[in-house]
Design a binder for this molecule. Structure first.
Ligand SMILES: C[S@@+](CC[C@H](N)C(=O)[O-])C[C@H]1O[C@@H](n2cnc3c(N)ncnc32)[C@H](O)[C@@H]1O
Length: 586
């Protein structure tokens, strides 16, 4: 089967795409995050506050009501609608909240009262013209259904505010429907410039959403995502939320991604049977074979031979790797997710099989600074430099995927710890101890260690802890200054009881699902002077910060205040934003 015909860009710069049939699915809630982790979905029990938050803000609570109503209908409908209720803090949850906000509380309440909130005003696969109202925090556009239809939102990728678009609706949820963009009839000339697009798959591949925008515009949009997350998900009063700073740019806006994970499906059964030999000549590439990334809104793999946001060495490696896979495709019985990770070339002592010097130091690694290699083995070793520090970690484990922004990020966190913007830190209370919770391979602990007397990190992955400990050695950080332990983040508080609390800073950098109440309760008992919360999901961060601030109101004498908020652009050309929140004990 060949690719469906696709015309990526019309002469006037509008985006045109023809969509293949979709599998029934929960597209957005299963959408991969920029670092290709599936979005999390399990916070309801640990944060019993999800429902309280909904009650506070008044809109999404209606969704739970509707889902409950659905329970009383037929079994078929029940399962169908149940699938549509988004898990808290997933992409779909955020879209649902944004759609409800666009409709307004009155419309939402009316639709709930009439029990019409699941009845979309569209025929199956209907084509309609819309005018885009705004962007959701997911990067998708939101438009109101044209009158005389009832109040309803249409979620469409790749369209911009003010644009007149033609779409085809394909799936419905509560009070909103998803649609494919067929045509941009009237582009937003201030925002859209298709000559900026650097990837021929833009508009089809699910990876990027913003290549048609100026970089300044992308940064503004990301700032707004942080603003909205705290307005809608923290449950905090506006007076407790500082003005969100301008998003900090990535030095590289293309060629920055140090890890990509293209994938491919196993040969279809029929093709396997028909294959006369296990290998394929390069001229004989089967047309069902696609090695690449998912098509927007589907789990269909697109054949992609180059990704302009990936680093040069990853693209140089992708071509030959694709050829090797193609030649041996019939030997694969299952689909495969490949790993390509950018690494500094190993020092000669390691490549020549000599045992590495026990303290092979940062300087010896710097010899290889300019030469990059691509690691494709999940268990292989990756070397990466951040400022004057070097890291060695396992290719399959977590490490931030945009090296160019890591010096600005770690420097910002360091400055936030040492320079309070709202109160002066007296020299007698200068931070001397650092706790790095969810430390991964030790990025923050190791880069910031020179500024502290003692640093300790905790992380669930034993392999990452082994790598962090080794990287500390590589950077001449002795164990009495820098230690790492494997375990649940909340265990850290038992081991740092000897740290002077008013001179201790805590960094939290959890996965997308955020931290948990057990961790927050212990943090509040520990009462360190500064908390810096780094997050790849600003919505769970807002929820957690809201909880920390509210609970800290009940502490005697002191409480935490949210001193600053800023987004970092770790993934240019995408809608993703990393968020850094600084809390101070006052
Ligand atoms: C977003 S990464 C941050 C890693 C590191 N701070 C960095 O920037 O490279 C989150 C890390 O938290 C770890 N993790 C997840 N759940 C954890 C838990 N309950 N306790 C400790 N670490 C956990 C993951 O293994 C992952 O390495």
């Amino acid at each position: 089967m060949s690719e469906p015909p696709i015309r990526p860009h019309s002469p006037d710069g509008s985006v045109l795409q023809q969509r293949p049939e979709k599998k029934p699915r929960l597209e957005s809630s299963l959408r991969a995050s920029p670092d290709n982790k599936m979005l999390n979905s399990d916070n309801t029990t640990q944060h019993g506050s999800v429902n309280n938050l909904e009650a506070d803000t008044g809109l999404v609570i209606q969704q739970a009501t509707a889902a409950t109503k659905v329970k009383n209908t037929s079994r078929k409908n029940k399962s169908k609608h149940k699938r549509m209720v988004p898990e808290p803090y997933t992409t779909e949850f955020v879209v649902a909240r944004d759609a409800a906000l666009l409709l307004g509380k009155e419309s939402v309440d009316r639709a709930s009262a009439d029990a019409t909130d699941w009845n979309a005003p569209f025929e199956p696969r209907e084509e309609v013209e819309l005018v885009v109202s705004c962007l959701s925090s997911t990067g998708d556009s939101l438009s109101l259904a044209p009158s005389p239809r009832k109040p309803w939102v249409v979620v469409t990728p790749l369209a911009l505010p003010g644009e007149r678009i033609r779409v085809r609706v394909y799936r419905h949820a509560r009070l909103y429907s998803y649609a494919d963009l067929l045509e941009v009839i009237t582009p937003n000339a201030d925002w859209r410039d298709m000559t900026r697009v650097q990837c021929k798959y833009f508009g089809k591949c699910a990876g990027c959403q913003y290549q048609m925008l100026s970089y300044d515009r992308q940064l503004d949009l990301k700032r707004n995502v942080v603003v909205k997350a705290y307005e809608n998900f923290s449950g905090l009063s506006p007076s407790s939320i500082p003005v969100v700073r301008s998003t900090i740019a990535s030095p590289l806006q293309y060629g920055y991604r140090t890890k990509i994970t293209p994938h491919f499906d196993a040969p279809p059964k029929k093709a396997q049977k028909a294959a006369v030999k296990p290998t394929v000549d390069s001229m004989d590439r089967p047309d069902w074979l696609r090695i690449g990334f998912n098509r927007i809104g589907t789990r269909q793999v697109m054949d992609i031979e180059e990704c302009p946001i990936a680093t040069p060495i990853l693209n140089e490696t992708l071509g030959p790797l694709r050829e090797r896979i193609t030649a041996n495709i019939y030997t694969y019985k299952k689909g495969v997710s490949l790993l390509l990770r950018d690494s500094l070339e190993p020092p000669p002592s390691e490549t020549q099989g000599e045992p590495p010097a026990s303290f092979a130091n940062a300087d010896s690694l710097s010899v290889a600074l300019d030469k990059h290699v691509c690691i494709t083995d999940h268990k292989g070793s990756v070397r990466e430099r951040v400022g004057d520090k070097v890291f060695k970690y396992t290719a399959g484990s977590f490490f931030q995927n945009n090296n160019s922004v890591l010096v600005p990020l770690t420097s910002y966190v360091r400055d936030a710890i040492f320079q309070s913007s709202t109160s002066s830190i007296s020299s007698s209370l200068r931070p001397t101890h650092l706790v790095d919770a969810y430390c991964g391979s030790g990025l923050f602990a190791i880069t910031l260690a020179p500024h502290f007397d003692k640093v300790t990190g905790i992380e669930l992955s034993e392999d990452s802890i082994r790598c962090a400990t080794h990287s500390a050695e590589l950077n001449h950080l002795p164990p009495k200054k820098c230690t790492f332990m494997a375990g649940d983040a909340s265990n850290i508080f038992a081991t740092v009881q000897g740290f002077p609390r008013d001179q201790t800073a805590l960094i939290i950098d959890p996965p997308r699902k955020g931290t948990d109440e057990k961790f927050i309760d212990q943090l509040l008992q520990f009462k360190c002077a500064t908390v810096v919360y780094v997050s790849c999901n600003v919505h769970t961060q807002a929820r957690d910060i809201g909880m920390i601030l509210r609970k800290s109101e009940m502490m005697e004498g002191q409480r935490y205040v949210l001193e600053s908020l800023v987004g970092f652009d770790l993934f240019p050309q995408t809608a993703h934003v990393e968020s850094v929140a600084v809390l101070r004990l006052v």
